[in-house]
Ligand binder design. Sequence first.
Ligand SMILES: C[S@@+](CC[C@H](N)C(=O)[O-])C[C@H]1O[C@@H](n2cnc3c(N)ncnc32)[C@H](O)[C@@H]1O
Length: 295
Amino acid sequence: MVIARRLFPYLFQRVARSTAEICEFDSLENYETSYRRLAWLLGHSKKVPPPGEIDFLHSIQDRGAHPGTIGSHEFLFLTAFASILAPKRAIEIGTLAGFSAAVIAAAIRRQHPDQRRTLVDTIDRNTHSVVEADKPVGFQIPDIIPNFANTVRVHAPADSGIVRELARRDELHFAFIDADHRHPRPLLDLARLAPYVRSGGWIVFHDIQWGTMGRKAVEAGETLRWGASYGAEWLFDHWPFRKISGGNIGAIQLPDDKSALIPFALRLMRLQFEITGKDARRTQLALYQSLFELL
Ligand SMILES: C[S@@+](CC[C@H](N)C(=O)[O-])C[C@H]1O[C@@H](n2cnc3c(N)ncnc32)[C@H](O)[C@@H]1O
């Protein structure tokens, strides 16, 4: 009741969606050009890819083959984002094989080569890959970054609720969400991360076009192994603050006043949930609790 009473006034605030700036990474050959554009968008117009970054990207080009892992255009976007922002550390929700966690760790390490502490905390609900059940989540990390695999800490089984134990309020500058894409799960992950990401910090989401891509594929007669969900897509589309689209991956920037997320989240929660029953009720309650923390 206390939470409902405090959140109630936010239900009536108008929220207008913003227009995304576009920065797609179409190939490794054009990496530097796209990187410079992204750097300019992020206010670091002098930045260029550090030595070794492009070679590293070449070396892992065919390694993200584990189904469910981000694709090549997407890991270029993710690498450039982490490289330009150069945070000291990052949190990822949704580990799977550990490919994207390793990619983020590698980008951060090139910016802070002497840093010895954990660079990426990655969180997964499952202890083992949902694709290859005999492999623990994160199994690919030592293949991708053999010399500093220990800079990635895997937390499994866990979910975004654990973030409060991993970071201080307003500490983070950068995070990546790529877990359960069913609406409103990505919103819950965002709401749980937001207190720990500073105002003006960025959160990258994978699969911001997945719902539409899936619908089109089904209309074209394809059968989808994983189905397709709109959670990340709706969140990105409705986001009222600054955002940058890189195709099926995109980044949102937290506003100066994080309580401004509340009317946005309440608005998004009016869209049909893609989860049902107890799961939906628990997620809804967890969302209200997390939004309350932003007051
Ligand atoms: C798309 S995969 C992540 C791929 C990974 N980011 C990459 O590109 O290398 C999604 C992962 O999220 C995990 N997951 C699903 N729901 C979750 C939740 N609520 N919290 C944390 N992890 C979750 C799944 O077990 C799965 O490993």
